[in-house]
Design a protein around this ligand. Structure first.
Ligand code: GLV
Ligand code: GLV
Length: 321
């Protein structure tokens, strides 16, 4: 019997073809609907490999259902949706998709920063709503980006690449990270500082840290109050790193100027969420890595990792080695 691969979302057929040649492959048949938990549990109980989305919870219950499971390839760099300890205990290899998405995610993050600072989305909504009556000196005037200070929280590959983008805007670069990154200091002129100093000195605070027990609720009202009133906050990591209610209050009360958000506590965010009522919020639906080229690379990498594991080899990107 051929090993069984279950894919939790409908992917382009060309991506899946290499797997079909060697394995029995089944896909959840919807592109934009999450696989129901009962279906996932049932398929996992028969699967040798799972190709999962960041919206699937790969927890103890699922891993114990998957008795023959050898690999879970998650279509994301982040893997906070997976219980890594439980997987490791059971000998299940977890793979993610780092590197291939770094540049695209950094582009989007910088775009979000620019959109929030220069009110690009507000301007686009304004013109489409027929509100443009005349050119005016301070119409939709935002904040400059060039020559300002950017503070990056989480200096991994994506953080470093955002820093590289920032050099093109002649920005002063501050960063905070668990460990110092000597390359970004020497190559990009970034300065390491404490979280508190970064928050107080930056004009743009960009959050790119993974979600862990330590980073959950890192950004609270108290932190926003310590930022400049003209500060723009950008989150392209994971929603729960921010206390969303307190971010809402900070934006509403003018503790900070604006926010660009690609991620939310609960995704999809409810359209009636208070944050979405604010004109100084640019909200986009978790599309950091969503260029066609990059998403194809991510899918291909997942497929390749599954094939490597099922043929007894070391995968390219192994999270729990
Ligand atoms: C997206 O958020 C990812 O982790 O790849
Ligand atoms: C703007 O378009 C200007 O000419 O100042």
């Amino acid at each position: 019997m051929k090993p069984f691969v279950y894919i939790t979302r409908k992917l382009p057929e060309e991506v899946v073809t290499p797997l079909r040649e060697k394995y029995e492959v089944k896909m959840w048949d919807k592109e934009d609907v999450i696989v129901p938990r009962t279906v996932l549990l049932e398929e996992a109980s028969k699967a040798d490999a799972l190709l999962t989305m960041l919206s699937d919870q790969i927890d103890e219950e699922l891993l114990s259902a998957g008795e023959q499971l050898k690999v879970v390839a998650n279509l994301a760099v982040g893997y906070d949706n997976i219980d890594i300890e439980a997987a490791t205990k059971r000998g299940v290899t977890i793979c993610n998709t780092p590197d291939v998405l770094t540049d695209s995610t950094a582009d989007l993050t910088f775009g979000l920063l620019m959109a929030a600072a220069r009110r690009i989305v507000e301007g686009a909504e304004f013109i489409k709503a027929g509100q443009w009556k005349s050119w005016s000196p301070l119409l939709l005037a935002g904040y400059d980006i060039h020559h300002k200070t950017i503070g990056i929280v989480g200096m991994g590959s994506i953080g470093s690449t955002v820093a590289k983008r920032a050099t093109g805007f002649d920005m002063e670069i501050l960063y905070h990270n668990r460990s110092r990154k000597m390359e970004v200091e020497s190559e990009l002129g970034a300065t390491y500082c404490s979280f508190d100093e970064l928050v107080e000195r930056s004009d743009f605070i960009v959050c790119l840290t993974p979600l862990t027990a330590e980073t959950k609720d890192l950004f609270t009202r108290d932190v926003f109050k310590r930022m400049k009133k003209t500060a723009v906050f950008v989150n392209a990591s994971r929603g729960p790193v921010v206390n969303e209610q307190e971010l809402y209050e900070a934006l509403k009360e003018g503790d900070i100027a604006a926010a660009g958000l690609d991620v939310f506590d609960k995704e999809p965010i409810d359209e009636t969420h208070p944050l979405l009522t604010l004109s100084n919020v640019v909200a986009i639906p978790h599309i950091g890595s969503a260029s066609i080229e990059t998403r194809m690379k991510m899918m291909n990498l997942c497929v390749e990792n599954i094939d490597l594991i099922l043929s007894g080899q070391e995968p390219k990107t192994h999270v729990n080695k």
